[in-house]
Design a protein around this ligand. Structure first.
Ligand code: NAP
Ligand code: F7E
Length: 342
């Protein structure tokens, strides 16, 4: 049987790593796009670089010509757009760039697909940040969108333009609406990775303090490995459609700190309020503090997804719970620390 060809924008990121691993295990030929950068950007996917079925090309979502060229040369069966300026906080500092990549870049891919002779399926990496400030306790595919950041707003454009191209040009184009998903491959400046990495280093006396922003926002966290399985399933359906992918559970940042500390065997006591809130150990060492620096001009207070539609149609459900996720991330940090000490 002819091997399927996949093209992944964002192959060097967290989800790019897990999706590449999944598609190679399913015997796909995988092409990935990397940006030019001053340091080597392929750290996460180094392990695949010597495989015959894996190819990496230069390209950039802000360069429509590069997208058009790559699509016309590679002629993929499936295109996964995971590329984005993916940090919500940073999007307040780089709003135009974020919109160029996360919104206009998506339109450039869709337009290249529209102009192609070959039929191609398209997946767009949408986000729970599009719900933003929501009154709904659980968010579904029907929940009203109300984004609270340049990131969420740009992603909402991408969501709608994907639907427009699906309807107008009969392209097999789908949106995932993914809630937060984490792993040992998560970027260093997302809150789960930051908490786990810093608290593990504090446990091993390599660092002294974890400094965070808003402790009271609540998120629905799953494992990236499970979520890329849903992404793949979305493109294997008979009809193109949009799906919420979530765990259905919700924790605050403070609860995530407490869970991580307890898995590491660190006893914490919280004292103070607001910017003076702190966590201290039994020997009165302050190990968690709050700083204004990490607050955003607008916050999304709570997100919790309802993945009923994905369960019914995709036969998907999350496999990893928050304790397993935290333990896996802690174990990876411990390995890194061991290597550092060698
Ligand atoms: P990530 O680790 O930040 O990866 C983002 C990828 O996009 C990286 O490969 C990055 O390349 C690439 N990229 C950034 N700007 C680009 C540009 N101008 N042109 C081409 N590529 C560019 O993000 P992730 O966690 O894997 O998330 C994957 C996608 O899902 C993103 O679109 C994100 O917005 C979305 N999403 C993520 C979550 C989550 O919780 N993880 C939830 C919902 C939606 P470099 O490696 O060179 O930076
Ligand atoms: O923040 C709070 C922060 O940056 C989570 C991206 O993958 O998921 C991610 O976006 C919460 C926010 O993720 C710090 O204010 C407190 O309330 O880990 P985060 P995010 O903003 O939810 C969505 C679904 C995506 O689509 C995005 O691409 O934690 N918080 N203190 C902090 N956040 C960070 N980063 N750093 C702190 O020190």
């Amino acid at each position: 049987m002819k091997k399927k060809i996949a093209l992944i924008f964002g192959v060097t990121g967290q989800d790019g790593y897990y999706l590449t691993r999944l598609l190679l295990s399913k015997n796909y030929i995988v092409h990935g796009i990397k940006r030019r950068s001053s340091s080597v950007p392929t750290k996460r996917i180094d392990t695949f670089l010597n495989q015959n079925n894996f190819h990496v090309h230069y390209g950039d979502l802000t360069d429509a010509a590069s997208i058009q060229n790559l699509i016309s040369i590679i002629k993929p069966d499936e295109i996964y757009n995971l590329a984005a300026q993916s940090h919500v906080g940073v999007s307040f500092f780089t709003p135009l760039y974020t919109a160029n990549v996360n919104a206009i870049g998506v339109l450039a891919i869709l337009d290249a697909i529209r102009n192609s002779q070959k039929k191609m399926k398209f997946y767009q990496a949408g986000t729970s940040e599009m719900f933003g400030k929501t009154k709904d306790k659980f968010q579904t595919e029907e929940t009203k969108f109300n984004p609270q950041s340049p990131y969420g707003t740009a992603k909402l454009f991408a969501h709608h333009i994907t639907q427009n191209y699906r309807d107008a040009y009969k392209i097999f184009a789908c949106n995932g609406i993914l809630f937060n998903h984490e792993s040992p491959y998560r970027g260093e400046n997302f809150v789960t990775k930051k908490i786990i990495s810093t608290l593990t280093k504090i446990k091993f006396k390599i660092e002294k303090k974890l400094i965070l922003g808003n402790l009271y926002s609540k998120r629905d966290w799953g494992h990236a490995k499970d979520y890329v399985e849903a992404i793949h399933k979305i493109l294997q359906q008979k009809k193109p459609d949009d799906f919420v992918i979530a765990s259905g559970k919700q924790y605050s940042i403070k609860q995530f700190v407490n869970l991580t500390a307890s898995r590491l065997g660190i006893k914490l006591k919280w004292i103070g309020k607001g910017l003076k809130e702190k966590a201290i150990t039994s020997s009165n060492q302050v190990i968690v503090e709050v700083s204004k620096k990490y607050f955003r001009p607008l916050e999304v207070d709570h997100l919790r997804g309802n993945y009923t539609k994905a369960k019914r149609i995709l036969k998907w459900k999350p496999k990893t719970n928050i304790y397993q996720l935290i333990d896996e991330m802690i174990n990876e940090e411990k390995k890194l620390i061991k290597n550092l000490k060698r």
